[in-house]
Write a protein of this length. Structure first.
Length: 396
């Protein structure tokens, strides 16, 4: 049955992890996979999460199935994170949310839903983007093309190129947008630029699909969701895939959501009925535990406050590590200007290192970085940062 099947190419990021694990060097460093680590090199369980789990353990009375779209209370909590409790869209019933297996599951649910009604559409993703984006939409049957995003000369956003491309995308095509903490570059549009992007969506009539994997890792929970509000203020229909992996530290619980926003409650309900059909024929209904943790935290004022404090501490640590990385390179006499790393947002940084330098870091120093030079800043410890600065100074 399988004798004619050739091996599939390894995943760019998970394949890097396999190589890291096979490396016998005791001082090896993996800065590829996007997880937050403390200074001991551990990905911690948040205190608020532990407390929520204890409450669940004490009060849980069933392991019965959830509805197809998951817990309604979880959906309400996610909607409030995206829009705030008093947002008029929520009161009008224009927002519908399904609990999904991670943000990746949210993207796939959205892709399968869109394929029902836009079967001939092209999906447009930023250049560059998260490596799995194209694979997800390809699996759903969509061709993918790129719009300009990152300018390697300025180490910043090529907004003129981006805007010019978005202005040519036809009605009915799908545009994937990173809400904040762009993966892999860490470069985000300003609010004024987001206003222009919303203008283009309204004028052109393409379908906005937001990937919101890092809420709270940019500026704050409220500030990071601002692009969604700009689109909502125009009355635009749009889709959102959001994740609780990073901001709740629930990486292995696969807790995410797919949210759609429609013109009115009737349209939202009609569209959401097809979302549930898509889910039913895929994984039927979502796992409970991760969503239940989020639900407990968001509905308990004390736990919610503690969680926001822990999220704030993670964000500040990443900012600190960015500053220390730039300072460390300066202290080692590196001529190149790496100050742009401090201006980037979120877990990831496009370091500016080329493929040859990335290869030398891996082969000569056992430091594993994704091709293209993307570094997971949030995965650094003090020791790793010092080793990275020493190694970068040698390979430049």
């Amino acid at each position: 049955m399988f004798e004619e099947i050739s091996p599939a190419p390894p995943d760019a990021i998970l394949g890097l992890t396999d190589a890291f694990q096979a490396d016998p060097n005791p001082e090896k460093i993996n800065l590829g996979v996007g997880v937050f680590m403390d200074d001991a090199g551990k990905t911690p369980i948040l205190n608020s999460v532990k407390k929520a789990e204890n409450l669940l353990l004490e009060g849980e009375i069933t392991k019965s199935y959830l509805p197809i779209s998951g817990s309604p209370q979880y959906a309400s909590g996610i909607q409030e994170l995206l829009f705030s409790q008093e947002h008029p869209f929520l009161k009008a019933g224009r927002v519908k949310t399904a609990q999904t297996p991670g943000g990746t599951g949210g993207l796939r649910v959205g892709a399968d839903f869109l394929k029902l009604f836009y079967p001939e559409a092209t999906v447009w993703v930023s250049s560059p983007t998260w490596a799995n984006h194209k694979a997800i939409f390809k699996a759903a049957g969509f061709p993918a093309k790129e719009y300009p995003y990152y300018d390697p000369e300025t180490r910043g956003l090529d907004f003129d190129g981006m805007a010019a491309a978005l202005a040519k995308i036809p009605s009915g095509d799908i545009v994937l947008l990173h809400v904040c903490c762009h993966n892999p570059t860490g470069v985000d549009p300003s609010e004024a630029q987001w206003q222009q992007i919303a203008d283009l969506a309204e004028t052109q009539g393409w379908v906005p699909f937001f990937d919101f994997a890092y809420q709270g890792f940019g500026a704050s929970v409220e500030a990071d969701r601002r692009p969604l509000h700009l689109f909502a203020e125009r009355g635009l229909d749009f889709l959102v895939s959001s994740s609780c992996s990073k901001n709740f530290g629930l990486y292995n619980e696969r807790t995410g959501a797919f949210t759609l926003v429609a013109q009115n409650a009737d349209r939202a309900n009609a569209a959401f009925s097809h979302v549930k059909t898509v889910i039913r024929s895929n994984y039927s209904n979502p796992p409970r535990h991760g969503g239940a943790i989020v639900e407990v935290i968001l509905n308990d004022k004390i736990l919610r406050k503690e969680w926001l404090g822990e999220l704030d501490a993670m964000r500040k640590r990443i900012r600190f590590l960015r500053t220390e990385l730039v300072r460390g390179l300066q202290q080692r006499g590196v001529d190149a200007d790496f100050s742009y790393i401090e201006q980037q947002n979120g877990m990831f940084s496009f370091s500016g290192l080329n493929e040859t330098q990335v290869k030398r870091l891996r082969e000569e120093h056992s430091i594993y970085i994704v091709g293209g030079g993307r570094i997971n800043v949030a995965g650094m410890t003090s020791d790793a940062l010092n080793r990275l600065c020493d190694a970068v100074a040698k390979v430049l």
